[in-house]
Design a protein around this ligand. Structure first.
Ligand SMILES: [Zn+2]
Length: 345
């Protein structure tokens, strides 16, 4: 994986490139991605650049022995830790037990979802965890010198899945890191990562994929996103234009979705969109998880609705969702929702 293969996230890529170029590499970084969002490809491109013996034009060469080993996930100084569970006769599994399944998944689908990992490992609905045996085995590995004499790296996928003993063991390593060792962690729920670990990491927010990239790597998710974005966009445009009739047509579109799961998915989309509008209005766009291509769109919406709109609209959406679960007549429910939004926009 090279930096040039990474979709979007140009500012993270240039920050990572700069670290290697200046030799100022933080010993622990925490990447927050939405599930399936591609933090691992970013981490792999960083590692390939870090280890590359013949960097050129701000990227790895992809041909030297180091690049070769990193791209096959077989570099002896790069360790991977991810949640696992017992399977068959395996009693105390570690990531090592499943390393070939891990490699196979990452090489075929670098933008994988968490549940695809568990499927690939054959965990059959068991909850994956990172146990203390994992942390101890890592400690053993790091007590040795790097095999190839350069950096040693530990990639931890989902540190929030560590039990408390494992987290404390890892914390000790991060507090007193062995020389030339870098920890790269990928989280979906940063609030569940042990605070003391979190506070020692350089935090990086991996932005959601653009629509085009989403279509490329997760076509099903893109189709759903596209449907939701269209209805939400039509609704907001009609509300802002004070065009109640057109706004009410979106209520019909919601009824036409028919499938309850799709309607719920729309509510989720709308809630996230309202949250983004609210944050942009507060001057907090940087923490709103807005992809580069959508930033103008959300700025426009934020500038067109009242500052109280998002908060009030969220209340109405929550209420509508509760009623939806109670099988209230959908035509009445969605028409009522749109009417209420029309009043507060
Ligand atoms: Zn190279």
């Amino acid at each position: 994986m090279r930096f040039s293969d990474i979709k979007g996230n140009s500012s993270i890529v240039s920050a990572l490139r700069g670290m290697v170029d200046t030799g100022r590499i933080p010993h622990a970084m925490l990447f927050h991605e939405n599930d399936g969002g591609g933090a691992l490809p970013i981490v792999l491109a960083f590692l390939q650049y870090l280890y590359c013996r013949s960097r050129q034009d701000g990227d790895s060469c992809s041909e030297c022995p180091s690049c070769n080993k990193i791209s096959k996930l077989i570099h002896p100084d790069v360790h991977f830790i991810f949640p696992v569970a017992g399977k068959g006769s395996v009693d105390k599994p570690t990531s090592e037990t499943f390393i070939s399944e891990w490699r196979e998944l990452i090489l075929s689908k670098p933008y994988f979802f968490e549940n695809q990992l568990y499927d690939a490992l054959g965990l059959e609905n068991k909850q994956g965890v990172i146990a203390v045996s994992e942390a101890k085995s890592l400690l053993d590995k790091l007590s040795l010198f790097g095999v190839e004499g350069g950096y040693r790296s530990v990639v931890v996928y989902l540190p929030e899945k560590m039990n408390i003993q494992a987290a404390n063991t890892l914390l000790k390593m991060i507090e007193e890191p062995p020389e030339n060792t870098v920890f790269l962690m990928i989280t979906h729920e940063p609030e569940k990562v042990l605070k003391t670990i979190y506070s020692r990491c350089l935090f990086m927010r991996v932005l959601p994929l653009s629509r085009e990239d989403l279509k490329d790597v997760h076509p099903e998710q893109d189709a759903e996103y596209s449907e939701n974005a269209d209805i939400f966009g039509d609704l907001m445009n009609a509300l802002i234009a004070r065009d109640l009739l057109t706004a009410l047509e979106t209520a019909d579109a919601l009824v036409d979705l028919k499938n309850r799961e799709k309607q719920k998915s729309f509510f989720k989309f709308a809630s996230e969109a309202l949250r983004k509008i609210f944050l942009v209005q507060q001057g907090l766009a940087s923490i709103a998880d807005i992809s580069e291509e959508e930033s103008e769109y959300y700025s426009r919406l934020a500038g067109s609705v009242k500052r109280s709109f998002s908060r009030n609209a969220l209340t109405y959406f929550d209420r509508a969702q509760t009623l939806l679960e109670r099988n209230v007549n959908q035509k009445i429910l969605f028409t009522d929702l749109v009417n209420r939004l029309y009043v507060i926009v």
